[in-house]
Design a protein around this ligand. Structure first.
Ligand SMILES: C[S@@+](CC[C@H](N)C(=O)[O-])C[C@H]1O[C@@H](n2cnc3c(N)ncnc32)[C@H](O)[C@@H]1O
Length: 234
């Protein structure tokens, strides 16, 4: 398994916007005092230590990997990441599973003022940058032969069956599952595992035959559960 991450210049900003828990207590306080616009546009540009963020991001992504690893099966060949951010988790999965094809659906802009709220179906917020993401994947040895990065806003989603769909702190955490519901039905079969963090795990018991809670997130922006869902009922 890859043992650390290299970061392209300016990637630390995007990482902290994607994972606010990586900001120090001091910076989080600044966010409260100075406001979200100032935090998004000034603090994350000038007050971050790239080396520290790189180490913390790697440790966090490794712990995410260890949490979901059990649900990655030996014969899996296709992995869809929805809102995977820079892709630290996928770099780790790729480092141990070169035989998997990776598809990412993400957005290619950073909102001016990030609220981290529930965007519902409006789903306006984004904090990613495709150039940085591709650079990050490249310098960390990601295998580009089996790779596709799709812009959510262009709506040209990959139409193939996936073994795994992973969306950490994105699908049904910041925006409504309904945005992807019909699409996910099309691209899954009864063995597809769909893993995401949600603020309403019980809601999914009517949508999938099987819903397993694998983690409870206390220290994140919203209290939520990580669930693994299989086999659509509706
Ligand atoms: C809180 S971040 C989480 C990033 C990453 N999954 C992680 O755990 O570090 C949420 C991500 O969802 C992305 N996003 C927002 N709306 C999206 C959509 N409709 N489809 C795919 N990604 C989306 C944002 O750009 C952002 O990178």
């Amino acid at each position: 398994m890859i043992e650390s991450f290299l970061l392209p210049k300016k990637a630390e900003r995007i990482i902290v916007l994607q994972r606010i828990e990586l900001a120090s207590q001091f910076l989080k306080k600044l966010r409260k005092i100075l406001g979200r616009y100032f935090f998004t546009n000034i603090v994350t540009r000038f007050f971050l230590n790239p080396k520290k963020i790189s180490t913390k991001y790697y440790d966090l992504m490794k712990s995410e990997f260890l949490l979901i690893n059990k649900y990655i099966h030996q014969n899996d060949k296709t992995y869809l990441s929805i809102g995977g951010g820079l892709g630290g988790l996928e770099v780790i999965v790729n480092s141990v599973r070169k035989d998997i094809n990776f598809y990412f659906i993400e957005r290619n802009y950073v909102s001016k003022k990030i609220v981290y709220g529930w965007g519902g179906e409006a789903n306006r917020e984004a904090y990613n940058n495709f150039e940085l993401q591709e650079n990050f994947l490249k310098i960390n040895g990601f295998n580009f032969e089996n790779f596709s990065l799709v812009d959510y806003d262009l709506k040209k989603f990959p139409l193939k069956k996936f073994d795994l769909v992973v969306s950490l702190f994105s699908l049904d955490y910041h925006y409504d599952f309904s945005i992807y519901h019909e699409y996910l039905k099309k691209i899954s079969n009864d063995n597809t595992r769909i893993i995401f963090d949600t603020i309403r795990p019980d809601y999914f018991k009517d949508i999938f035959s099987k819903v397993i809670v694998i983690n409870t997130n206390h220290d994140t922006v919203h209290k939520s559960k990580r669930i693994v869902c299989t086999s659509f009922i509706k």
